[in-house]
Design a protein around this ligand. Structure first.
Ligand code: HEM
Length: 170
């Protein structure tokens, strides 16, 4: 591929993009941001699906033992996988923030608000692990209706985080 073509695709090292007012992005920053978004989306797939399995587990609590074991196995595997995915998702976000300085400095309230959402998300993720252990021990008392509401929380957190980072309202 010629240098001209690489330049047009933005793959030539040292090519700078000016976006959103005064921000300057290097190609490396854009690649990191792309990977950040991919890992965040993958992590969220788990945050959305695991509580759905909890809904089913709460419904079969009194029913078939084989079905319960199958759902527990799915939950365990999913929890392990989404924990692994959360690490690069957050690490890449930290690189954009701390290394490249996006969201640092005065007038970047959106970043602080987003970090608040991240703390809530980590709490939710950890809470899923606690619930899973309670299901394994057979000590969970919650109904499937409660888990249906619990399942809505990551939707609201994602909505807030994405709006904050894209719109940057304050
Ligand atoms: C430790 C946690 C995190 C940090 C430090 C972080 C940091 C960042 C930074 C600095 C950017 C670049 C913003 C820009 O280019 O203007 C970014 C982009 C982005 N982040 Fe995060 N992030 C984190 C977690 C999350 C989470 C949990 C979500 C989703 C719910 C998320 C969604 C996004 C999206 C969608 C973008 C692209 C925005 C755009 O290009 O306009 N991030 N992140």
């Amino acid at each position: 591929m010629t240098a001209k073509r690489l330049l047009a695709l933005g793959l030539w090292p040292g090519v700078f993009f000016a976006c959103r007012g005064t921000r300057i992005y290097t190609v490396a920053m854009l690649w990191i941001k792309a990977l950040h978004i991919v890992f965040i989306a993958s992590w969220f797939a788990g945050l959305f699906y695991l509580p759905r399995i909890f809904v089913n587990l709460a419904m079969v609590a009194q029913g078939s033992a084989a079905e319960r074991e199958r759902l527990l196995l799915m939950s365990r595997k999913l929890y392990r996988f989404m924990t692994v995915l959360a690490v690069p998702a957050l690490a890449l976000g930290l690189v954009l923030w701390l290394y490249y300085g996006i969201g640092r400095g005065p007038g970047q309230g959106w970043m602080h608000a987003k970090l608040g959402i991240v703390v809530l998300l980590l709490g939710y993720h950890h809470g899923c692990g606690v619930i899973l252990r309670k299901f394994e021990a057979g000590t969970i008392q919650r109904s499937h209706i409660w888990f249906r509401w619990f399942n809505e929380a990551p939707v609201l957190m994602m909505l807030a985080a994405v709006c904050l980072v894209v719109v940057k309202p304050f």
